[in-house]
Design a protein around this ligand. Structure first.
Ligand SMILES: [Mg+2]
Length: 385
């Protein structure tokens, strides 16, 4: 069997919340159920495949869903159940893969390039993952294997439910060609609607030189990147996250930015919030990772260790700030910034002297009551920014 230069496996549970309800109560299996809040104001959070046939979709008002499918059975969300199933799935992926990136509670990427010696056939590996997750949780998922994250995700979406898709190296462009435009990340329903009059409907249409000018006008400098992606060229790395041992936050900006002061403000805000969470949980972090995604969707990260475990943000900030500045490239425009605090450990004895511990605790109580509108300035002498 041919060795792939790069191999990414993507997994996605089918109708996670609705399927979870059926795991808890098997009599609901195959029934027209949806998870969501009651009308008039409730929204559908997840629809089982049995009600999708009636046109019920997630994010639809429950009242509308009930009009389309009057015998729909509404199930209230059960977060502890989802959490438990997620943890069970994580135990499976931790056992199978050296590193997994969970994009949400029910979706993950794993870089399986180095597993090819042990699992030379990607189809057998994908089946093993499917079976192992089903065995551990009772949840069915769709698995796709490709040379990049984007193609793997699109292949899985096209193979749901209970699917298994392999896009061999070199077959990416041919696979993407007939796929609908909206399947491509970065093309939302609005953009798709604007392209419709030109009968640009599939990913393949994006490559048609007839539309060069139309597309250049619409996408500007992003066109190059979109066309790369449309041919399945995508080097975005799988970034491992160990949720139990790290804590992170990220945001996508309304418009791309090259402003270091703005990025500093954003990360400083994340750090304040994450550090407060650590203090409340009695934890400290051994290091931080700053993540930036540029206007072409290229992700870069920089990792730094603290001299010792910390959970007081003014002490952590110089290291985070340094990582940010090492990462920023001149003239680059950024669309997303994120911060992870990793290697979380129980607070070592003697991290603070008594006086400062009291001051920080008092501040956390006020923040908990009134939100994070007040800083720590004035309470501790080293926080004077
Ligand atoms: Mg899913």
């Amino acid at each position: 069997m041919l060795r792939w230069p790069r191999q990414i496996l993507f997994g996605d549970v089918d109708a996670m919340f609705a399927s979870a309800a059926a795991v808890k109560d098997p009599t609901l299996t195959g029934k027209p159920i949806a998870v969501g809040g009651p009308p008039p104001r409730g929204i559908i959070a997840a629809a089982s495949y049995a009600v999708r046939a009636f046109g019920v979709r997630s994010a639809m008002p429950t009242a509308e869903a009930l009009r389309r499918c009057p015998h729909l059975q509404l199930i209230p969300p059960d977060r502890p159940l989802y959490r438990r199933l997620h943890d069970d799935m994580r135990r499976v992926t931790d056992r199978l893969f050296p590193m997994t990136e969970w994009g949400s509670i029910d979706e993950f990427y794993a870089d399986t390039t180095d597993l090819q010696t042990r699992h030379p056939d990607p189809r057998l590996l994908a089946q093993l993952v499917k079976d192992s997750i089903f065995e551990a949780t009772g949840l069915r998922c769709t698995i796709a294997v490709a040379t990049g994250k984007t193609v793997a995700k699109i292949a899985a979406d096209a193979s749901k439910p209970d699917g298994l898709a392999i896009v061999e190296p070199g077959r990416e462009a041919a696979f993407l060609l007939p796929q609908p435009l909206r399947a491509l990340p970065g093309i939302g329903p609005k953009t798709a609607a604007r392209l419709e009059p030109f009968s640009i409907k599939t990913i393949g249409d994006l490559l048609d030189p007839r539309w060069d000018q139309v597309l250049a006008r619409m996408f500007g400098h992003r066109l190059l990147w979109i066309r790369e992606l449309a041919q399945g060229r995508d080097r975005e790395p799988v970034i491992g996250d160990r949720e139990s041992k790290s804590s992170s936050h990220e945001t996508t900006f309304e418009r791309d930015t090259a402003d270091p002061a703005f990025l500093e403000d954003v990360l400083r805000g994340f750090l304040r919030m994450l550090a407060r969470d650590l203090r409340q949980e009695g934890l400290a972090a051994e290091g931080c990772t700053v993540k930036l995604k540029d206007a072409r969707f290229a992700v870069t990260t920089r990792q730094r260790r603290f001299s010792h475990p910390l959970n007081y943000d003014p002490e952590m900030w110089p290291t985070v700030r340094q990582a940010l500045h090492e990462l920023m490239k001149p003239h680059a425009q950024y669309r997303l910034a994120g911060l992870t605090l990793f290697s979380l450990v129980p607070i070592p004895a003697g991290l603070y002297d008594q006086r400062r511990r009291k001051a920080v605790q008092a501040m956390d109580t006020i923040i908990a009551r009134h939100g994070a509108v007040i800083g720590l300035g004035g309470v501790c002498d080293d926080d004077n920014e």
